[in-house]
Write a protein that binds this ligand. Sequence first.
Ligand SMILES: [Zn+2]
Length: 366
Amino acid sequence: MDIKTFINTDRLVNRFIELVRIDSLSGEEERISLHLASEFEKLGCSVIRDEAGNVVAHFPANGKEGTVMFCAHMDTVGEEYGISPIIEDGIIHTDGSTILGADDKSGLAVMFEMLEILREHPEIRHPELEMVSTISEEKGLVGSKKLDKSLLHADWGVILDRGGTPGTVSISGPTNIQMCFTFHGKTAHAATEPERGINAIKAAALGIAKAPCGKVEEDVVIGIGMIQGGIATNVIPDEVTVRAMARSSDNERLEFRITELEEAMRNGAAEIGASVTMDRWENYAAYRLSDDFGPLKKMADACNACGIPLVKRMGLGGTDANIFNAAGIPCIPSASGDNGAHMKSESIAIGDMVQSVYLHLTAVIL
Ligand SMILES: [Zn+2]
């Protein structure tokens, strides 16, 4: 039985196009969530939509024990509406004015095609499938955090949410620490008595200039992404907030760099007599998958059976795997074929999406 020949490429591409055309910015998922629930139902799943809009669909087993979860988030990054995909030489992309949203609509398209095939071919023996789609993943894994995990009973799972060609899996995910620095200065009239003020914007600038930022070492990134403060050009601002995040799968190195960041901000502020306070909170915790981790072995076996090379990558992107692994559902992020996620140059090769269906369906029925 060559399941690759069961894949209907046109159906898969049409499904993908249909999904990316549905606007689904984080926090505005009502339409896509209802659409997904109804499509899963049409394919024979029993569907639960929770209050947040997360969708959990169970597709009944056919002669095999156990349950396998697949998960792809339904929201997309960016602020643009009306994504208009273009197909050219086997590649799907946009005109460059918006992202494509293959992150993570390609994961969803792959999940639907798997169900289409299993429905069309009752001769394929398979366990129960647990198809999960989360809201607001891009806003910090909001959906998977809110989801009632007791709705899930998978033995293992695949998070179809990482870049690269099919066969690429993440064997680690980072801890994500969020920080808010508040610079405290002193307000004064900027024209009549500037000498009495301490400019919090300048303090923040001095701190940021000294701060480690970007890929500060192999496995540690720091992002400084938001700044807010000031009310008018003739008022010396007395308060500025700067938002930053730090990620690493090595918690010791992460803490070392966060201390460095905090010191840089403090020293910058001190140069003009300002002060700074820091709030921090953990957005999600790191995980690291060993070679004998069940889902990794499954993916290795499936790659082997399909003749697709297994590529193990350390990821610094957070995925729903951070949350589900922490909740005791062993799962692994695996590529659905997306390229250049979060960029307007994002694209996906149709051939890669087909390979992804082939690989993940093989992982289910092996
Ligand atoms: Zn994603």
